[in-house]
Design a protein around this ligand. Structure first.
Ligand SMILES: Nc1nc2c(ncn2[C@@H]2O[C@H](COP(=O)(O)OP(=O)(O)OP(=O)(O)O)[C@@H](O)[C@H]2O)c(=O)[nH]1
Ligand SMILES: [Mg+2]
Length: 279
């Protein structure tokens, strides 16, 4: 590639001056660093650019952590959990998102079709779970313009699912996302129902059903954090139930026998059915 270092640097510097917001500033500074002269006499210049990059990145990171204001909003959680789909471009994220949630995210053969996070809600046995497709993970993800924003979204989500076609791509994702400690799982299939089963097991949530005496269980179930007690359920069903609670009968994994009578401290398990009895 024929380049004129002096000219390219000048252009980058202009772009930095004209930048609209920190993301563009960062992009311009990175271009400046690439094109800056590298001889001894420009050491100071290079150091100053590096310093500005570091400061800007720290600023962006800080902003992306502060609640939804300014440059990088996080995605408001909806439903019992938030799951992010991540992968390289064309790994089938949008296709899977649509199959899971009925969203209409654009699916196309060309690369980088998805340019901003796409959101949908999937239903798992009556529990609503939010699915977020992040735009493709690129090389040097953390240093990329949108890296801090997307990594901020990943860090506050409950689970990230890595989609890939080859082991090489999986290793690439692991490397680029090594800073993100969010719980992760892999999925290299496009089958929606199977996906639901795989991710449900990874979530920190359980389904609890209520029932009226003498009736079958109510639909849909409600979602609670694993380890929740009958108190959490009574509170959620109705704010007055805690005051008027007498006892409950429990059916399911946490019950020693069908219809065991339990108190508010009883710890529930996935798919339990509770029958509340009030004073
Ligand atoms: N048959 C088949 N086609 C797939 C599969 N995964 C992706 N494709 C195709 O690959 C192309 C890209 O799929 P998308 O769902 O748009 O991929 P993406 O990961 O969202 O990609 P970008 O948003 O562009 O970064 C489309 O033409 C899909 O139909 C797959 O597992 N099976
Ligand atoms: Mg897409």
């Amino acid at each position: 590639m024929a380049t004129n270092p002096g000219f390219d640097f000048q252009r980058a510097e202009e772009a930095y001056r004209d930048a609209n917001g920190p993301a563009e500033q960062l992009l311009a500074l990175q271009k400046m660093l690439k094109t800056a002269p590298k001889h001894k006499s420009s050491e100071k210049l290079n150091a100053s650019i590096k310093e500005r990059i570091a400061k800007l990145k720290a600023n962006i990171e800080r902003q992306s952590k502060s609640s939804g204001k300014g440059y990088s909003p996080t995605i408001k959680k909806e439903g019992a959990a938030q799951i992010c789909l991540v992968g390289k471009t064309n790994s089938g994220k949008s296709r899977l998102l649509n199959a899971l949630t009925g969203t209409n995210a654009e699916v196309a053969e060309y690369e980088f079709t998805t340019k901003k996070p796409e959101i949908g809600i999937m239903d798992y046995k009556g529990i609503k779970i939010q699915i977020v497709e992040l735009p493709a993970i690129v090389k040097d993800f953390e240093g990329s313009v949108m890296g801090p924003t997307y990594s901020g979204i990943l860090k506050q989500s409950d689970l990230m699912v890595l989609l890939f076609d080859t082991v090489k791509d999986k290793n690439f994702l692991d490397k680029e996302l090594s800073e993100v400690k969010t719980k992760r799982t892999i999925y290299n299939d496009q089958e929606a129902e199977k996906f639901k089963g795989v991710v449900w097991k990874m979530l920190d949530v359980m389904k609890i059903y209520t029932k009226q005496p003498g009736r079958v269980k109510d639909q849909p179930p409600m979602a609670f954090k694993k380890g929740s007690t009958l108190r959490d359920v009574a509170k959620k069903v109705h704010k007055d139930f805690l005051k008027s609670f007498k006892y409950a009968k429990v059916y399911g994994k946490s019950a020693k026998f069908k219809g065991q009578m339990v108190g508010l401290d009883h710890i529930l398990q996935d798919d339990d059915v509770v029958e509340l009895h009030l004073k």
